[in-house]
Design a protein around this ligand. Structure first.
Ligand code: AKG
Length: 274
C-alpha cells in the first residue's frame, strides 16, 4: 500500500477487486477503517455485477433514496453531472448519510465517464482533524450532540433542484433527520472522530442554528485543514472505497461543459456512539 497523502488515504496495488474476498477483503477493510479511503486503479473487471457482488461480500448495501439508480441494477446509484448541468453532486464537504439514524458505513465509487480533465475527489481524515483540535475545543465539544438533515438539499427548490437528484424521485417527499454525537468512536478501530459536516449538520442539540454556527464553523474549518486531506485524479478503471465515519469528501466542480458519471454503492453501517 502506498499513502495518497501523509494523513489520509492509501493506494492499494496488485488487487483485483472483482475477486477480492477472505483475508484480502479483511486487509482492505482494515486499511479503509484506518486511512479513511483506498484507491484501486486499473479495475477493468469491476463491472456493475462485480460492484454489487463485492458490496454484498463486504456486508450489505444501503440504497440511497435520493440518487437516480441504474435501470438494470437498482443497487447502484448514479452520481451524474450532465454536460449542460452547472451544480455537481457532492461539491461541498460532506459525509454521506449523516442525516440517517444509522448512517451508511461507506461508499464504493467507480469512474464510468470522466471529463477530459478535472473532476477530482478530495477526502479529509476526521481522526486527524479531531487529534489536531486545541485541548480547550476538545473539552468544549465533549458530550455534545448535533442534528443532521438533508431536507434543504434534496427538497424541491433545494441545492440539487436542477440535478437528477431529489426527495420525490421515488414518488414521495422524504424527510430526514438524525442526532449524533459531535465526537464518535470508530466502531472498529475505537479512534475518536469528529462527526459534524458542512452539508448536513444543522445545529447543536439544545442550541438554535444561529447559536450553533460559530462553533460548527470552527470545527468545519479545522476539519478541512489541507494537511488532513488527500486528492484523487480519476482514470478509467479507478475505484475508491471510503469510510464515512473516518472521512469527509468533496467532488471538484471544475469541468463545466463536460459530462461526468460515477457509479456508487453505499455500504450498510451501524449505530454511532461517543
Ligand atoms: C458522493 O457520492 O457522495 C459524492 O460526493 C460524489 C463524489 C464524486 O463524484 O467524486
Amino acid at each position: 500500500m502506498v499513502p495518497l497523502a501523509p494523513k489520509c488515504g492509501v493506494e492499494v496495488e496488485d488487487v483485483n477487486l472483482a475477486e477480492a474476498e477472505g483475508d484480502t477483503l479483511t486487509a482492505i477493510k482494515q486499511a479503509i477503517y484506518t486511512h479513511g479511503v483506498a484507491l484501486f486503479r486499473g479495475q477493468a473487471d469491476f463491472t456493475p455485477e462485480a460492484h454489487i457482488a463485492f458490496a454484498q461480500r463486504w456486508g450489505g448495501i444501503d440504497i440511497n433514496n435520493y440518487f437516480p439508480l441504474t435501470d438494470e441494477h437498482p443497487e447502484i446509484a448514479v452520481v451524474r453531472k450532465r454536460a449542460d448541468q452547472v451544480t455537481n453532486i457532492g461539491g461541498g464537504w460532506h459525509t454521506d448519510h449523516s442525516y440517517d439514524q444509522v448512517p451508511a458505513m461507506g461508499s464504493i465509487l467507480v469512474a464510468r465517464t470522466l471529463p477530459p480533465s478535472g473532476g477530482d475527489t478530495l477526502w479529509a481524515h476526521m481522526g486527524e482533524a479531531y487529534d489536531a483540535l486545541p485541548e480547550d475545543l476538545k473539552a468544549e465539544i465533549e458530550g455534545l450532540e448535533a442534528f443532521h438533515t438533508a431536507d434543504h438539499i434534496y427538497d424541491e427548490g433545494g441545492l440539487y433542484a436542477k440535478t437528477d437528484m431529489g426527495s420525490d424521485l421515488r414518488g414521495q417527499a422524504l424527510k430526514t433527520g438524525a442526532t449524533h454525537p459531535i465526537v464518535i468512536r470508530h466502531p472498529q478501530t475505537g479512534r475518536k472522530l469528529l462527526y459534524v459536516n458542512s452539508a448536513f449538520t444543522m445545529h447543536i442539540v439544545g442550541k438554535s442554528r444561529e447559536e450553533s454556527l460559530p462553533l460548527l464553523q470552527r470545527l468545519c474549518d479545522a476539519a478541512t485543514a489541507a494537511e488532513n486531506t488527500c486528492r484523487v485524479a480519476w482514470e478509467p478503471g479507478s475505484v475508491a472505497i471510503w469510510d464515512n465515519r473516518t472521512t469527509w469528501h468533496l467532488a471538484m466542480n471544475d469541468y463545466q461543459g463536460h459530462a461526468r458519471e460515477m457509479h456508487r454503492i453505499t455500504l450498510t453501517g451501524e449505530p454511532l456512539a461517543a
